[in-house]
Design a protein around this ligand. Structure first.
Ligand SMILES: Nc1ncnc2c1ncn2[C@@H]1O[C@H](COP(=O)(O)OP(=O)(O)OP(=O)(O)O)[C@@H](O)[C@H]1O
Ligand SMILES: [Mg+2]
Length: 489
């Protein structure tokens, strides 16, 4: 265990860390902060939710001068929401040293951003497209940059972003320090990365699996046409509190969201075709628990830190193993537990095995729940509500009526009626989700060989990915109830 003081972090940052409730450095922080403060280039790889943001945020704040009114640090992140989140975390860390970070991203008014940039924040956290816009309009100067960070580095250096990143890095002085972070770093990407760096120190927090061990991983073999009913049945049994449901296309995000709403779940979708205002409002609702299910493309797969996500569903299994790691990493963060459930069509079983192999993790098979089990699950949730009321509430004022009821009716009928009233009628409206091609190892190989022909020699496909994600949360109440009854999960 390493304290931040032992890492020679200065007083204003220690004060901020204390106010944030960070008591000890996480392993990636303990291992990277000293090298980064020394001025070394670093490639840092550690599992999802283990504090990589502060691992690059703290050294930047330490190295920068609040009196210099110029952008001294740049963080590039793949999505707008992530840029906003990273800037917010850096602002919390830098508060007592007056180091400010500004998020610069697409979908926001250019004028407003230009004005904010004129205030000369010390750190800019940007998405690549918008940053290039500013560079071309000369509304941002990157000449004083001392440290450049690629968060989600492997994503930033895949085929979809590499040219933008090179264009950005070309503008930054070569004596810069470059820091790269991600939970995944495929070998091919690591090779590209090192060409952009100066003798980087490579830090890989040793872990048996690429995924976090406090996420329980499951899969269900379920034909495409039964996926949606399986999802709502699972919700009924586990009553998720906050869940993300990841799916492959924007269209499916919309369809699943609509279907969930029709069936009475508080769900909203997020994907790249929505306005920035809508994306933010959906995410905020989810963060504050005003919706229980977030349906998403991979746009929400990387980096987002939403506390209390209990369940991640892969409604569609992701194309590549890295995407799997990042998607399920939206739960089980900062030492918490979580569950990940992946739906796999029979033809995709070999793809699931490939994901297990690459991530060195094992998913346990779950049998898809039946409608009867779902109906019973909902009753149990109601029973749990009743038990909690018995334990916590003062029921004296109801006693007289209860006694009268029991004089005329047997207790089973009275309790059954109470349960019926408490249990939400399931709106069994048929929902049709338009189907997609199953992913198969063959598909992936096809793309690989295309990539090899283009001379990249990669083992897997790292092209621009579809954006999306989703989620939900589930059943602590239910779990307690079942435990009391001594039932297995
Ligand atoms: N030393 C610490 N002590 C306690 N909490 C911490 C510490 N460092 C970071 N955290 C918290 O842990 C959570 C996860 O951190 P962060 O988002 O930086 O993870 P990450 O490694 O970047 O994950 P991902 O790979 O998903 O991007 C955040 O809520 C963060 O505030
Ligand atoms: Mg991160």
């Amino acid at each position: 265990m390493t304290t931040f003081k032992e890492l020679n972090v200065s007083a204003p940052i220690l004060k901020a860390l204390e106010s944030m409730g960070f008591e000890e450095a996480t392993p990636i922080q303990a291992q990277t902060i000293p090298h980064a403060i020394e001025g070394k280039d670093v490639i840092g790889q550690a599992q999802t939710g283990t504090g990589k943001t502060a691992a690059f945020g703290i050294p930047m704040i330490e190295l920068f001068d609040a009196n210099i009114k110029a952008v001294q640090g740049l963080v590039v992140a793949p999505t707008r929401e992530l840029a906003i989140q990273v800037a917010a975390e850096i602002n919390r860390l830098g508060k007592f040293k007056s180091i400010r970070a500004l998020a610069v991203y697409g979908g926001q008014h250019m004028d407003r951003q230009i004005r904010a940039l004129k205030d000369r924040p010390q750190i800019v956290v940007a998405t690549p497209g918008r940053l290039l816009d500013h560079l071309r309009r000369r509304t941002i100067r990157l000449h004083d940059i001392k440290v450049a960070v690629l968060d989600e580095a492997d994503e930033m250096l895949n085929m979809g972003f590499i040219d933008d990143i090179k264009e950005i890095l070309n503008v930054i002085p070569t004596e810069r320090q470059t820091l790269l972070f991600s939970a995944t770093m495929p070998k091919e990407i690591r090779e590209i990365a090192t060409t952009l760096m100066k003798q980087p120190v490579e830090i890989k927090v040793k872990a048996k699996e690429m995924t976090v061990e406090n996420i329980d991983q499951y899969f269900m073999e379920v034909p495409e046409r039964f996926k949606f009913d399986t999802l709502t049945n699972h919700f009924d049994i586990h009553s998720p509190t906050l869940a993300i449901v990841f799916t492959r296309t924007k269209k499916r995000v919309d369809e699943i969201t609509d279907g969930l709403q029709v069936r009475g779940f508080r769900a909203e979708g997020i994907h790249g075709d929505l306005t920035q205002g809508k994306r933010m409002s959906v995410l905020n609702k989810f963060k504050h628990g005003r919706i229980e299910v977030l349906v998403a493309t991979d746009v929400a797969a990387r980096g987002l830190d939403i506390s209390g996500v209990t369940h991640v569903y892969n409604f569609d299994i992701p194309q590549d193993p890295e995407s799997y790691v990042h998607r399920i990493g939206r739960t089980g963060r900062a030492g918490r537990t979580g569950e990940a459930i992946s739906f796999v069509t029979p033809r995709e079983m070999s793809h699931l095995r490939l994901i297990e192999q690459v991530t060195k993790s094992k998913m346990k098979r779950l049998v898809p729940p039946t409608n009867q089990e779902a109906a019973r699950g909902k009753q149990q949730a109601s029973a749990e509500k009743m038990l909690q009321t018995i334990e916590k509430e003062d029921l004296k004022s109801f006693n007289q009526t209860a006694t009268e009821l029991l004089e005329d009716h047997d207790s089973i009928s009275v309790v059954s009626a109470a349960l019926k009233l408490l249990t939400k009628e399931r709106k069994d409206v048929p929902v049709r989700i338009s189907s997609v091609q199953p992913i198969s190892v063959k598909n992936v190989r096809g793309r690989e060989s295309k990539r090899r022909q283009s001379g990249s020699g990669g083992k897997r496909f790292y092209g621009k990915r579809p954006q999306g994600s989703g989620g939900g949360r589930g059943g602590r109440r239910q779990g307690n109830f079942q435990k009391r009854r001594g039932r297995q999960k």
